[in-house]
Ligand binder design. Structure first.
Ligand code: PRP
Ligand code: URA
Length: 212
């Protein structure tokens, strides 16, 4: 793990190995979906290490003791549709009681600008730790807009988790939302003329859902 300001690069060998399989154009939908979920779980393990705890009383078969459990309102997981959906089950495996919101955005194929079509967040959003997830942080436009929407609804304690990021996306997200902790599976080289990440893995939504 390597941290630079509020950006954490999750360079664990298991994450790197699984990302390499994702990149392979011959990896099929089934395996791709499974890997996205597993990587999200491994990233979540690190991203959620500061969840607040409180001691509660538990009766073991031996005696009663005070023992820590996660405190406060339940976590909110907010995938950016569509591709972010692929990461939800992996994070839910760690925190099964989490609530799930959804933000629908798609990138215009010509301007690369994000367009919003859906937003539904668990109440009260302002009292929750919020994990926004999307496998790809390319120009950063989608992540920036999604987090702006969450803040407009009152969200405060926000983390953003992606699998592959481009330097432009990390820079833009950090500049626009410096309070947000960013977790990156791998930082790639650059964007191409179509604003796709190089070497990347192609279109994450299409590869998760088997569309073209
Ligand atoms: C992809 C991806 C991100 C976005 C990243 O979604 O899942 O949401 O692009 O690009 P950006 O950082 O330049 O905004 P897309 O718009 O292709 O929609 P989809 O998930 O529905 O396929
Ligand atoms: N969205 C994707 O799915 N892949 C990219 O490389 C960039 C944006």
């Amino acid at each position: 793990m390597e941290t630079s300001g509020n950006v954490t690069y999750l360079n664990h060998p298991l994450i790197q190995h699984k990302i390499s399989i994702l990149r392979n154009k011959n990896t099929g939908t089934n395996e791709f979906r499974q890997l996205v979920e597993e990587i999200a779980m491994l990233e979540g393990f690190e991203a959620l290490k500061d969840l607040p705890l409180e001691d509660v009383e538990v009766e073991t078969p031996i005696e009663t003791c005070m023992t820590p459990m996660i405190a406060g309102r339940k976590l909110a997981i907010v995938p950016i549709l569509r591709a972010g959906l692929g990461m939800v089950e992996g994070i839910l495996a760690l925190v099964p009681s989490a609530k799930v919101g959804h933000i629908g955005l798609y990138r215009d194929e010509v301007t690369f600008e994000p367009h919003e079509y859906y937003c539904k967040l668990p109440d009260p959003i302002e009292e929750r730790t919020i994990v926004v997830c999307d496998p790809m942080l390319a120009t950063g436009g989608s992540a920036v807009d999604a987090i702006t929407m969450i803040k407009q609804h009152g969200g405060k304690n926000i983390k953003f988790m992606c699998i592959i990021a481009a330097p432009d996306g990390v820079k833009k997200l950090h500049e626009e939302h410096p309070d947000v902790q960013i977790y990156v599976g791998h930082l790639d080289r650059c964007l191409n003329e179509n604003a796709y990440i190089c070497p990347g893995l192609g279109d994450a939504g299409d590869r998760i859902f088997g569309t073209k």
